[in-house]
Design a protein around this ligand. Structure first.
Ligand code: NAD
Length: 273
């Protein structure tokens, strides 16, 4: 169901499914879409300092009437705060904007060279102080994780990366599974660019589902946490309606075969922001 969850390596439960709010404007749009999602049964919201909508997300959480402990809130520290050695201050700012006294998951947004290991030490401190229930990374390749582990006392619980049928990250998923690091997909729908794919369309028609639903179901069956973004009520509901059908192993293999290592976002080994 929408509420089903994976257990992270520290025992914390994280929903398999949630709402992403990248590029959702602060104010009415973010407030209303997060409220609609929570009303539709979403328990997990993925924001970031970068998205500049933490205040609206926090307000939506309050107005939802759902007890805080039933929700799973993720935010992320932005690159500039890694470069400025201001990760702890950034965390305080995010908490204040969200109006929360803890977050469920705090992520390093990008593996800023020569900076992410120091940042990890701060996240470990926040974790030990119980100000975050779990800590993780985003956009980390295998070599970044290996490098991080050379100094880490606590292994990341999650790695959130670009992951969709055209970039399905088989090696990284394998590696993270062995390390008990939960993989989470960003741009699960390829930011909307996969929604006319003929192979996906054929599978979708066979199940009387949409392409978006097929992709998100493929995530769930692959044990990938997924956080599609939408601000439209109909799509917010549609995206969550993926727990009443099962893709066959032949469907799964057809989707697996679409991988062509095609990114829509930046390359973690070569980004300049
Ligand atoms: P996505 O793959 O979730 O695509 C979202 C877009 O797809 C929407 O804007 C809409 O145009 C379209 N869409 C959504 N549902 C649809 C439906 N049912 N039918 C038709 N079209 C539909 O892309 P995303 O927002 O980039 O990724 C999801 C979330 O991942 C983000 O909101 C954010 O929370 C997170 N993210 C993280 C990073 C990172 O660096 N860690 C980067 C990008 C995104």
């Amino acid at each position: 169901s929408l509420q089903s969850s994976t257990t992270l390596h520290n025992g914390v439960k994280m929903p398999w499914f949630g709402l992403g709010v990248y590029k959702v404007p602060e104010g009415e749009v973010a407030l209303e879409s997060v409220k609609m999602a929570i009303k539709a049964g979403y328990k997990s919201i993925d924001t970031a300092a970068l998205y500049e909508n933490e205040e609206s997300v926090g307000q939506a959480i309050k107005e939802s009437g759902v007890p805080r402990e039933e929700l799973f809130i993720t935010t992320k520290v932005w690159n500039e705060d890694l470069r400025n050695n201001s990760v702890e201050e950034a965390f305080e700012t995010s908490l204040r904007k969200l109006g929360l006294d803890y977050v469920d998951l705090y992520l390093i947004h990008w593996p800023v060279k020569d900076k992410y290991k120091d940042a990890w030490k701060v996240l470990e401190k926040l974790y030990k102080e119980k100000r975050v229930r779990s800590i993780g990374v985003s956009n980390f390749n295998i070599h970044h994780i290996e490098d991080l582990m050379s100094v880490a006392e606590i292994k990341p619980m999650v790695n959130q990366v670009e992951l969709h049928p055209l970039h399905s990250q088989p090696e990284l998923r394998d590696y993270c599974k062995k390390q008990q690091i939960q993989i989470e997909a960003w741009a699960p729908l390829g930011q909307g660019r996969l929604l006319d794919h003929p192979v996906l369309q054929e599978i979708a028609s066979g199940h009387h589902k949409s392409i978006a639903q097929v992709i998100l179901r493929w995530d769930i069956q692959n044990e990938i946490v997924t956080i599609p973004k939408s601000i439209r009520e109909s799509r917010i509901k549609e995206n969550a309606n993926i727990f009443d059908f099962t893709l066959s192993s032949s469907d799964m293999e057809k989707i697996n075969a679409l991988n062509e290592n095609q990114r829509f976002g930046a390359d973690p080994d070569n980004f300049n922001f």
